[in-house]
Design a protein around this ligand. Structure first.
Ligand SMILES: [Zn+2]
Length: 319
């Protein structure tokens, strides 16, 4: 589409001397870019765990990069407790908002570490831990998140997406998520989409896939559609530690091949230079929230630092 538009502009300029394409550019709320990637993160941190290398490589070649945090990461009691130094059973709405604020800040900082701008983070602000319920909801029900008590989109460091575009937040409703996604894809017209895989062990990650898949179909998206894996089952990743010189491996766990439900080798492997792997590590370390009861949480995130990133293409034959 971008190529077609450029050709039309050229022809118009030649015919009328007046650069009509300039008018077209102003008519577009956000001009499309011939190389534009959107990384969807169910929670702030998933984008660097799965896609830090892809993000920094895209930025280095001059692509437009947007990271979309679908939720604010505000439904993780053990992390809210770690951030506010309270027992897990005593954290309240303000503590979850403090966690949300911190996680947004961390994602903005991580994006800068990868060579991007903090403002290229888009926060949808849907409820962490409720994405699956939202996807399954068919009766127009508006959800109230149990942790923050919020029932509409919000962001604390910046405006949430819906407020920034429409001047008011969107209710926590299935149609709101899909509507924001359809609108965003229509505006940005990305050439590559990245989202968590449908086989992921976390329901928010699976629901993110379902929502983004449905939105892509609704807008007739024809670009590349890649998925990445965070909570792979029964265990992931291998090797299970920081190994910047080694590729991801498939292994057998209790007689079952991991990662479950996905072809191996993966259809797309993106090599990272040692420098890129180190920068990925730094971007993951930006997300350094203490999580009560999960002492290995940070180490597990950092174990995604390998000599490559791996992606699947589940929609390659179904669109
Ligand atoms: Zn996540």
């Amino acid at each position: 589409m971008s190529h077609n538009r450029r050709r039309v502009c050229l022809k118009s300029t030649l015919l009328f001397a007046i650069p009509i394409c300039l008018l077209a550019a102003f008519a577009q709320p956000s001009p499309t870019h011939p190389d534009s990637i959107v990384v969807f993160a169910p929670h702030p941190d998933d984008e660097v765990i799965g896609c830090a290398g892809v993000i920094m490589q895209a930025l280095a070649r001059g692509a437009q990069v947007k990271v979309v945090a679908i939720t604010s990461g505000d439904g993780f009691p053990a992390a809210a407790a770690g951030v506010t130094h309270k027992p897990v059973d005593q954290v309240g709405p303000d503590d979850f908002l403090a966690l949300s604020r911190l996680r947004q800040t961390e994602s903005r900082t991580a994006l800068e570490i990868l060579g991007g701008r903090a403002d290229d983070l888009i926060v949808f602000g849907y409820p962490d831990s409720d994405l699956g319920n939202l996807y399954d909801s068919t009766d127009g029900k508006i959800f109230r998140q149990q942790f923050t008590k919020k029932n509409e989109t919000y962001a604390l460091i910046q405006k949430d997406y819906h407020t920034s575009v429409h001047g008011k937040p969107a209710p926590y409703q299935r149609s709101s998520v899909l509507g924001d996604l359809v609108e965003l894809l229509t505006t940005l017209q990305p050439t590559e989409i990245y989202v968590t895989d449908e086989t992921d062990g976390h329901i928010d990650h699976r629901a993110a896939f379902w929502f983004v898949r449905d939105a892509a179909r609704q807008v007739g998206y024809k670009g590349a559609f890649y998925t990445y894996l965070v909570h792979g089952l029964p265990s992931w990743p291998f090797p299970p530690e920081i190994t910047p010189n080694l590729r991801f491996e498939s292994r057998k766990v209790d007689g079952e091949v991991a990662p479950r439900g996905l072809p191996w080798p993966p259809p797309r492997r993106v090599p990272l230079t040692p420098e890129q792997a180190q920068r990925k590590l730094k971007s993951i370390q930006t997300h350094n929230i203490p999580v009560i009861g999960l002492p290995n949480h940070q180490k597990e995130m950092e174990s995604f630092v390998k000599s490559e990133e791996v992606f699947w293409t589940p929609l390659a034959h179904s669109r």
